[in-house]
Design a protein around this ligand. Structure first.
Ligand SMILES: Cc1ncc(COP(=O)(O)O)c(C=O)c1O
Length: 432
């Protein structure tokens, strides 16, 4: 027997691809679990999962379709592709039809396929979601980071995009935009989307618009850049965040006609890898994208809770001299602890990685360092996701409160108290 088969199973857990460790979000989860096993209480503000249940009509539909056992077409169930196209037409006025839609087992997988079949550079504004760059690295694609300005709320400006395009005009590139954003919770105003769209059009840049948190815009006012640059934008979405169904694994891409060749190439790879997305999930997803009053109510209450909690936490952090913007969508905050730099340096905490490591070890609060979102390690930023509460309970309670009422501190303490405790622990620790 060769050596590798005699090694312990743990050895295989440490194997990595092209020098990449496992994803940072999963790693922090593992540290949390280890500490918990040793009897410590851990506040889990590291992982970005929706706290809310899947809406009941969608669950019912899954139940009713559990018997579906055949492979489906590689690009997706035709009814679902139509339902997704209708959804984007209804919510964003996009001129798309079912044939423009590709279904996959999570938008993450679709992003990977896109990078595999596209030959150009990947442009990633920072801070940005943890998996874009590792995917490019696995495939061997060139990544071009574009640092954004904290004073511009970490948003890419059209001037910054223009400068990049002028460096090497005509170079094929995909620029990823993600809004409402993971990790900042911020989004683009309409005029900035228009300016970015103009620069992208002028320079024939392909945009991958990651709108997985679109429905979790806290005011329900998400605008897709595809409205202003329909011919060059691929819109990415799925059930994971707004429908509370991350584990169901269903993602969607909507392509303009001019980029159907990319969709077709992705479908070829899909046919040789995952074949098609789970059949019962696709049938249930038809119901989710169809919408209706029950889903609207679910979304309205989800947003109301996230807004109240996100604003409350952001204000608490601000009054403790931690720089942060109030979130506009999703369920993340991206605080900057730079005002505490001196004190932290005295405690031998020099980087955001050290900060997060010491925070979980000493205060039991799990958050993710800015480095995993592409920021410099000396910048003391981190992502905090405020979803460590029982979303089913909170949602049921919010539904009983009249719509004109704002959810007050009493509500938050009662239903999201655990997350608020975590913030107190964090503030106490940083001010030590
Ligand atoms: C910004 C962003 N995009 C995409 C994804 C992937 O979502 P999924 O693969 O579940 O569709 C996530 C998940 O955390 C995310 O935060």
């Amino acid at each position: 027997m060769s050596d590798q088969f005699q090694n312990s199973p743990e050895m295989f857990l440490n194997l990595n691809v092209r020098g990449l460790p496992q994803s940072a979000t999963l790693a922090i989860n593992e540290i949390s679990q280890k500490l918990e096993k040793s009897g410590r209480h851990i506040y889990k503000l590291g992982l970005g999962q929706s706290p809310f249940p899947v809406p009941d009509p969608v669950v019912q539909e899954l139940r009713a379709n559990a018997h579906r056992k055949l492979y489906l077409p590689v690009k997706g169930l035709p009814e679902l592709r139509d339902s997704v196209a209708n959804y984007y037409h209804r919510t964003q006025r996009l001129e798309c039809i079912g044939e423009d839609v590709l279904i996959g087992p999570g938008s993450k997988e679709l992003m990977f396929l896109l990078q595999l079949v596209y030959y150009g550079d990947l442009v990633i504004p920072t801070p940005s979601w943890v998996s874009y760059a590792p995917q490019a690295n696995i495939i061997g694609r060139h990544v071009r980071w574009l640092a954004t300005d904290p004073n511009n709320d970490w948003r890419l400006t059209s001037d910054e995009l223009e400068v990049l395009c002028k460096e090497d005009p005509g170079r094929p590139r995909i620029v990823i935009l993600n809004y409402p954003a993971n990790p900042t919770g911020r989004t683009y105003p309409e005029d900035e989307l228009k300016s970015l769209a103009n620069v992208a059009r002028k320079n024939r840049v392909v945009l991958l618009s990651d709108e997985i948190y679109g429905e979790l815009h806290h005011e329900g006012k998400h605008i897709s850049i595809a409205r202003f640059y329909p011919e060059g934008t691929i819109v990415s979405g799925g059930l994971s965040k707004w429908c509370g169904a991350g584990g169901w694994r269903l993602g969607t891409f909507v392509f303009p006609k001019s980029l159907h060749w990319l969709m077709d190439a992705m479908a070829v790879v899909a046919s040789e890898t995952f074949t098609s997305t789970s059949a019962p999930i696709q049938y249930a997803a038809v119901r989710a994208f169809h919408g209706g009053i029950q889903i609207e109510r679910y979304l309205w209450n989800s947003r109301r809770i996230l807004k109240a909690l996100g604003d409350h936490i952001a204000n608490k952090l601000k009054t403790s001299d931690i720089k942060v913007s109030c979130p506009q969508g999703a369920f993340y905050l991206f605080p900057d602890f730079k005002k505490y730099k001196k004190q932290l340096h005295k405690r031998k905490i020099l980087t955001s990685d050290m900060l997060c490591d010491r925070l979980i070890q000493e205060a039991g609060v799990a958050i993710l360092p800015g480095t995993v979102f592409g920021r410099e390690s000396s910048e003391l930023t981190a992502r905090l996701s405020y979803v460590d509460f029982d979303g089913t309970r909170a949602l049921a309670a919010s539904e009983q409160i009249p719509p004109e009422k704002i959810l007050d501190e009493q509500f938050l303490t009662h239903y999201c108290g655990h997350t608020l405790d975590a913030i107190d622990e964090l503030i106490n620790w940083i001010q030590k």
